[in-house]
Design a protein around this ligand. Structure first.
Ligand SMILES: C[S@@+](CC[C@H](N)C(=O)[O-])C[C@H]1O[C@@H](n2cnc3c(N)ncnc32)[C@H](O)[C@@H]1O
Length: 330
């Protein structure tokens, strides 16, 4: 029997974001400190079988139709291809991956063969010096090779996610869009959110959707895309008459919580009903305590039921969640 993951406001979660690790091989300044973080102990991390069991419950019993693997950096997870294959074999579920692209060159073909449908690669700049400044690593060429491999493997549309940082790459929006259009990648700008481990986010310093669009419109003609947005986080525009598009995910200045259809599972088996949730529901404890599928599904339903109407970033009482983005799964 399928029970939908419906909250008190009538929103139904059908899109599951699964974090496969909190570790990452980049150190993006807006995400984590140079020295990294205290990583999750191995015994607290779900095994591949545990991940697949929870995903199976989500798909078979709770109406999940899309599963996106993320992290941390999901390509670090050894069992990734197998997890993707087993998820794909459940049938009726779209699978995708959010990655920084390091190592994608090697594994893109295997992922496509395992049934992965699409990939989003995070890339904030195509300038080597800006890439080094943002990620604290000299790996731009690896990311570009990963993007090419994704396209060759047919993991399309290949999307590129970019965050603009004031004084670092905020003057590069048109350049990045031109490059993505030339390469055939679908670019999405994401507003910087208060989810960094260092708690260094400031509303006044973030680059807003309005600024991004103004910078793009100085060089391109943007028109709101005709396709209905639905629950997609990105506001989509056609560029210079199409077919190229660009998206802006304005989580802070134009929140889209009313249409949210997402639910998250952390690498240590906690269900979060929102990126900004302050509560979690411990499915790992239930799983390891011998709970059956029905019991786990019931806990999951209750966790989503309690989802708040909005993320509340603008509320005076807003508190950043304890977990940073890298440990939630972006
Ligand atoms: C946390 S990463 C995890 C997956 C993978 N490592 C990657 O780089 O795509 C997912 C996305 O979150 C974005 N991100 C991280 N911290 C963010 C923040 N504070 N605000 C907005 N986006 C953020 C990254 O740029 C990336 O596009």
């Amino acid at each position: 029997m399928v029970q939908m993951l419906e909250d008190r406001f009538g929103r139904v979660a059908t899109d599951l974001r699964v974090s496969l690790t909190d570790r990452c091989n980049l150190r993006c300044t807006y995400c984590m400190p140079a020295e990294g973080l205290d990583w999750m102990p191995a015994e607290e991390t779900l095994t591949d079988d545990e991940v697949v069991r929870l995903v199976t419950i989500g798909v078979r019993h709770l109406g999940i139709r899309e599963v996106r693997f993320t992290g941390g950096e999901p390509l670090i997870r050894r069992g990734l291809v197998d997890i993707v294959r087993r998820t794909h074999e459940l049938g009726g579920v779209e699978t995708s991956l959010t990655t920084n692209g390091l190592g994608l060159q090697r594994v893109a073909g295997a992922l496509a063969e395992a049934g992965l449908d699409r990939v989003n690669v995070s890339l904030d700049t195509v300038r080597p010096e800006s890439f080094r400044a943002i990620t604290r690593r000299d790996r731009l060429d690896d990311v570009l090779a990963g993007l090419t491999a994704a396209r060759v493997a047919g993991l399309e549309p290949v999307k590129v996610n970019a965050v603009l940082l004031r004084g670092i790459n905020d003057d590069q929006a048109p350049e990045l869009l031109r490059w993505c259009l030339d390469q055939g990648y679908a670019l999405r700008f994401i507003e910087q959110m208060p989810l960094d481990a260092q708690h260094g986010w400031h509303r006044d310093a973030m680059v807003t959707a309005d600024e991004i669009l103004a910078a793009l419109e100085a060089e391109f003609t943007l028109r709101p895309a005709e396709e209905p947005r639905g629950s997609a986080p990105a506001e989509l525009f056609t560029v210079d008459g199409g077919p190229g598009t660009v998206g802006v995910i304005a989580s802070v200045t134009r929140p889209f919580c009313g249409d949210c259809d997402r639910v998250r599972l952390t690498a240590d088996g906690q269900v979060r009903n929102c990126l900004f949730a302050r509560e979690e529901s411990d499915l790992r404890a239930a799983l390891r305590g011998g709970a059956d599928d029905h019991e786990i599904a019931t806990r999951w339903v209750a966790a989503v039921r309690g989802k708040r109407a909005g993320h509340g970033i603008d509320d005076p009482t807003f508190l950043q969640p304890d977990r940073p983005m890298s440990a939630i799964g972006g």
